[in-house]
Design a protein around this ligand. Structure first.
Ligand SMILES: Nc1ncnc2c1ncn2[C@@H]1O[C@@H]2COP(=O)(O)O[C@H]2[C@H]1O
Ligand SMILES: [Fe+2]
Length: 279
């Protein structure tokens, strides 16, 4: 595993620029909807918005729940949808992805499932927080071992840890039951590593930007809106938000700091069924 890293030739004193999209929940059927939103069309709208802002990204991170129906075709639809951006795409599984079907079908010259990305002064580690058959997550000891050996292998690189599930609660009781169930312990362990500068995830279909006091400085904690339906923040029961689909841009600077923000599709073309009680 460790040797399987994808390297980008980016100068050590240059920033690494990343686009993150997450939770597209695609179907084999391009006309299918999730709670009233055509997820293929909302993904296209996000990708068109990313294209329009001409962010000089080096690569894209796709952080899970690529599929909603576990079909191989849904992954082919994803690969086809992102092709016009001509960006390398690194992916990891969410609770709605079957890792085997995902690996088999997320195929293309610029599609990567490798665990490690080396770029500029940074190492990005793609983690699997899924628990087979469950919506909630867990960061296993073997995943934490991957982090520790990757950091030991590249001790002079700043490190961004990327995963699907939220390691901290988002104050939505209905949703927090599906969090990473050992998130506190996970954060405690990785905050001990001076190289770790940020944790990035999806799953909660809403924006979150917090700082966690690590042993060697603040660690960014970042969640990114879905490219389809949005969950209403701080709602104890299942509730959708009228906010539009979104994505995140990150600039991983050569000095280890992270500049980042989330952005949303303009207009209000995507309004979900607000009476929906779940899926
Ligand atoms: N009404 C609900 N109550 C609890 N969980 C739900 C509800 N609706 C959907 N979910 C689950 O919560 C998960 C959160 O986001 P996911 O897209 O991973 O998949 C979702 C479903 O598995
Ligand atoms: Fe999810």
């Amino acid at each position: 595993m460790l040797k399987e890293a994808i390297s980008y030739s980016i100068d050590d004193n240059a920033s690494v620029r990343v686009v993150q999209i997450t939770d597209p929940h695609l179907f084999a059927d391009p006309d299918a909807q999730l709670l009233g939103v055509n997820t293929a069309q909302s993904l296209d709208a996000v990708l068109n918005t990313i294209n329009a802002v001409h962010y000089p990204a080096d690569f894209m991170l796709a952080t899970g729940d690529i599929s909603q129906d576990y079909s191989g075709e849904s992954y082919h639809n994803f690969v086809r949808a992102i092709a016009p951006l001509e960006l390398p795409c690194h992916y990891l599984p969410g609770n709605h992805d079957d890792p085997r079907i995902m690996r088999l079908n997320m195929q293309g010259p610029k599609i990567f499932g490798q665990r490690r990305i080396l770029a500029g002064n940074w190492q990005i580690i793609m983690l699997d927080s899924t628990v087979r058959g469950k919506p909630g997550g867990h960061m296993s000891d073997s995943e934490i071992d991957i982090i520790k050996s990757a950091v030991a292998d590249q001790p002079d690189r700043y490190t961004l840890l990327v995963m699907h599930h939220n390691p901290i609660l988002v104050n939505c009781a209905w949703l927090d039951q599906h969090c990473m169930d050992n998130g506190n312990d996970f954060i405690k362990q990785v905050a001990e590593l001076p190289q770790v500068k940020g944790l990035l995830w999806g799953h909660v279909h809403q924006k979150l930007d917090q700082k966690h006091p690590g042993k060697h400085g603040m660690v960014h904690l970042m969640a990114t809106p879905s490219t389809c339906i949005q969950f209403k923040p701080k709602s104890s029961y299942f509730a959708l938000d009228a906010l539009q689909p979104g994505y995140r841009l990150l600039e991983l600077k050569a000095n280890g700091t992270i500049l980042t923000n989330i952005y949303r599709v303009p207009g209000d073309n995507f309004s979900p069924d607000r009476d929906a009680s779940g899926y």
